[in-house]
Design a protein around this ligand. Structure first.
Ligand code: FE2
Length: 135
């Protein structure tokens, strides 16, 4: 799964793109650690980061959507909620079972895949709505 940032992931909304890039950098760190056999040490760092940062990032996106009366706000927000729930599940798994290989794989594959798909489809749709609105 390639989660390297590329320009085709840019929504054109500066703050959102900037926050997405930071999230990608953190995933990259986990991938690099996995490549060196140190994924287990890094996975908790990523989960802790995601718990805080992603909530703020989603809140920023949702605020923009409310402000621009985005018609797909509810479904977009539901996708965010699912991701936050998944991160919380993995964090709880970490607390109860420690770092397992399945935890590393879920974090690194499932969350990253969600992120790329969400940006490509859902965030892009919002960005194109903003452009249509001339915002
Ligand atoms: Fe989003």
């Amino acid at each position: 799964m390639d989660v390297t940032w590329s320009d085709d992931l840019a929504t054109g909304v500066y703050d959102i793109d900037d926050q997405h890039k930071e999230i990608f950098r953190r995933f990259d760190r986990l991938f690099a650690a996995c490549g060196q056999g140190k994924g287990k040490e890094e996975v908790l760092q990523l989960l802790i980061f995601l718990e805080d940062y992603v909530k703020e990032h989603f809140a920023a996106e949702e605020k923009l959507q409310m402000r621009s009366a985005y018609p797909d706000y509810t479904s977009h927000r539901a996708e965010h909620t699912r991701f936050v729930t998944d991160v919380a599940k993995l964090t709880n798994e970490f607390k109860s079972e420690g770092v397992t290989l399945s935890l590393v794989i879920m974090t690194n594959k499932t969350l990253a895949a969600w992120l790329v798909q969400h940006i490509r489809k859902t965030d892009m749709a919002f960005a194109s709505y903003l452009r249509q609105q001339g915002k």
